[in-house]
Design a protein. Structure first.
Length: 190
């Protein structure tokens, strides 16, 4: 089997003692790995980036079953609503704070403010958006299994129809819906 070089250089050769077993990890296991990475500041601190123009993400580790990322968030930066295709996710806050929203049908979105020590997890059907809340930068650790190769980004078209746009998982997710005001008054109906 031919191997290809990773698109991004990894910070670590192995997560060794942080990963509980070989094979695909379950959502709660991913959250545990993200929490463990937060406690290892020597791993993530060198990867923190302050960039007011765009949210920054740096690869910590990847193999054929998982990947782990350090995300740096500045004011005004967010992802927009998205899913993780076939990947489960665990995320933990290392510094500052982010806001996570989950869309609900017929009710306002569930809003959570996540601060250092807070963590979340979700299976492949988990749809959420994340955005900067406090700190310059806010820093989060995200771990996916299987590796995050694809995401679905949710957009509202000119007729108000919500569309899912598949996108490579290594592309930057944009918070266009919020920035363009496309969801003003829409989410209150969900």
């Amino acid at each position: 089997m031919a191997t290809t070089a990773p698109l991004f250089p990894c910070a670590l050769e192995t997560l060794g003692d942080l990963v509980p077993h070989d094979g695909i990890l379950q959502p709660l296991e991913l959250e545990d790995v993200a929490r463990a990475l937060v406690t290892r500041a020597e791993i993530w601190e060198p990867l923190v980036r302050i960039d007011r123009a765009q949210r920054r993400y740096e690869l910590v580790y990847e193999d054929e079953r998982m990947d782990a990322w350090v995300l740096s968030w500045m004011p005004g930066q967010g992802t927009g609503f998205h899913d993780h295709y076939i990947s489960s996710v665990g995320l933990a806050v290392a510094a500052g704070a982010v806001r996570e929203d989950q869309m609900r049908y017929g009710m306002p979105a569930i809003e959570r403010h996540l601060r250092p020590g807070d963590a979340r997890h979700g299976n492949p059907s988990y749809i959420h958006r994340v955005q900067h809340w406090e700190g310059e930068p806010a820093v989060t650790i995200h771990v996916y299994s299987p590796r995050l190769d694809w995401v679905g980004q949710y957009r509202v078209d000119e007729d108000g129809v919500v569309r899912r746009e598949p996108s490579p998982g290594r592309n930057e997710l944009k918070d266009q819906l919020i920035a363009e005001g496309a969801l003003n008054g829409v989410l209150e109906r969900f």
